[in-house]
Design a protein around this ligand. Structure first.
Ligand code: AHR
Length: 491
């Protein structure tokens, strides 16, 4: 093992609250996410409540999901909400994702009821690409109206007396690409028009402009040149996916990859830090009024090549994914004061999923476990950390081996996350003990770079818990290679 790394945490200079929504999810009608993964319908042999799988619901519930984005993604710009309400649903084809059947059994009621039951906030992405303002305005009225409005009455006739709340609203998605290949000034005009005319009863949702992806910051920059943006929006989004090779043609495999792709994946994922920094500087270069716009990372995560014949964007998930997620969490904590929400892509059976299903079977992925381990960070106060990380090098590439973040939990306990991104070496660290005699740690690691859970071996990668004693006033801990640890120091 390398020499000991001493980690310092400054308890007296809090960065800001880690909004629970930083641990948000994304639910798009895509592949087998909605149908089979979450929604099986009341008549299914798979145990369900009102059509939602009991096993998947129970697992999601344990993640304390703060917010869910729905119904896309690219699919949002093809979605017509009237297809998914009432007794007679309109079967359609999912033209965004491979022409698969879209029975529309999961629609507005099913989404909002699921979010309500999970205690999650709602993030609605309206159809700017192929819908109209009238269609979107009616949808918002249907969801939020209280009085005698015909739309409120229709909602009641469909089984829901009280309105639901739309907490976040995005107008358009990837308007530079699948959302319409628009030029930024054109989208900015459309956004301003829609944001002016779309209203809800009750509290206005947080309004989010659909912004750039990693490589085209100029797109967001030009949108923010529109003079009304400060008044009409609360934030702007950015999307950034981690591809092991960086090549959309050959992204790399989920399993059985070489160490070159372990390190290149992690090296690409930590680019998130620079992306956020650059986006915030771009936002701040605009005069948008007193309230600063937030940066919403509403799509991020691992994207690898799918297996031949598998449903769209279905991929296995390994300890590498868990390390990717944890490295991003540390970055989000660092920007706690300016990044109010992120949404990993996606929740079930799609991309870097929490859960994979196969018929009646369900497994929890390593990414699920890190989300569960980091639940205490929701609403905690981020603290600055400093340390000199040892290097991890392979094949000419070098990244810091360690990543650390710290926070004060809502009950006053100190939380510390430590990631060892090194594929083969353990690293020893010392940490402040904050007056305690020991700390509790939960650690996730895998016995190989592609260690994963499968339907035959669902618990191959699961967290273990142990205590770390204090010696000579400090917590001393060995970090296994390829590991994510979350410590709690009771106060
Ligand atoms: O998450 C999958 C897709 O990636 C989303 O639909 C789209 O917004 C992005 O390109």
């Amino acid at each position: 093992a390398a020499a000991q790394t001493d980690i310092k945490i400054d308890r007296d200079a809090p960065i800001g609250t880690i909004q629970p929504e930083v641990y948000g999810q994304f639910l798009e009608h895509l592949g087998t996410q909605v149908y089979d993964g979450i929604w099986v319908g009341e008549d299914s042999d798979i145990p369900n409540t009102d059509g939602i799988r009991n096993d998947v619901y129970g697992a999601l519930d344990r993640l304390d999901i703060p917010v869910i984005r729905w119904p896309g993604g690219c699919y949002a710009d093809m979605y017509h909400w009237r297809d998914g309400i009432g007794d007679e649903r309109t079967p359609r084809v999912n033209m965004s994702w491979g022409g698969t059947p879209e029975p529309n059994g999961f629609g507005t009621h099913e989404f909002f009821n699921l979010a309500e039951k999970l205690g999650a906030k709602t993030y609605l992405n309206v159809n700017l690409g192929s819908g109209t303002i009238t269609e979107a305005a009616d949808w918002l009225e249907y969801i939020t109206a209280t009085g005698d409005s015909a739309l409120a009455q229709e909602r009641r006739a469909n089984g829901r007396e009280n309105p639901w709340k739309i907490d976040y609203l995005s107008i358009g998605n990837e308007t530079w690409g699948c959302g319409g290949n628009m030029r930024p000034a054109y989208y900015a005009d459309l956004y301003a028009q829609w944001a002016t005319l779309l209203k809800v009863e009750g509290e206005m949702p947080v309004r989010i402009i659909s912004g750039s992806h990693e490589g085209n910051i100029d797109y967001s920059d030009e949108i923010l040149d529109h003079p009304a943006m400060g008044n009409l929006s609360d934030g702007i989004s950015v999307h950034y996916y981690t591809l092991p090779t960086g090549d959309w043609g050959e992204k790399g495999d989920a399993l059985d990859f070489p160490e070159e792709e372990w390190i290149s994946t992690l090296s690409r994922t930590i680019k998130m830090d620079g992306i956020i920094e650059e986006q915030l500087a771009m936002i701040d270069s605009h005069d948008l009024g007193e309230e600063k716009l937030g940066l919403y990372v509403d799509e991020w995560g691992m994207w690898v090549d799918g297996e031949e014949g598998a449903p769209a964007l279905n991929q296995q998930n390994t300890i590498r994914d868990a390390v990717v997620a944890a490295l991003n969490f540390d970055i989000f904590h660092k920007y706690a004061d300016r990044v109010p929400m992120t949404n990993i892509a996606q929740m079930v059976n799609v991309l870097q999923a929490m859960i994979l299903t196969d018929g009646p079977e369900m497994i929890l992925t390593p990414t699920y476990h890190v989300y569960e381990m980091y639940v205490p960070f929701q609403g905690a106060t981020a603290l600055p950390v400093s340390f000199d990380s040892p290097d991890y090098s392979h094949g000419g590439e070098t990244i810091p081996a360690l990543s650390v973040s710290a926070a004060i939990a809502e009950n006053g306990d100190i939380l510390i996350s430590v990631v060892n991104a090194d594929a083969s070496d353990a690293h020893d660290v010392t940490l402040p003990a904050f007056g305690a005699a020991s700390a509790t740690v939960r650690q996730l690691t895998g016995d190989s770079m592609d260690a994963h859970n499968s339907f035959d071996d669902p618990d191959a990668v699961t967290p273990v818990q142990f205590d770390v004693p204090v010696t000579s006033g400090k917590l001393r801990m060995r970090l296994e290679p390829r590991s994510v640890s979350v410590l709690r120091i009771e106060q």
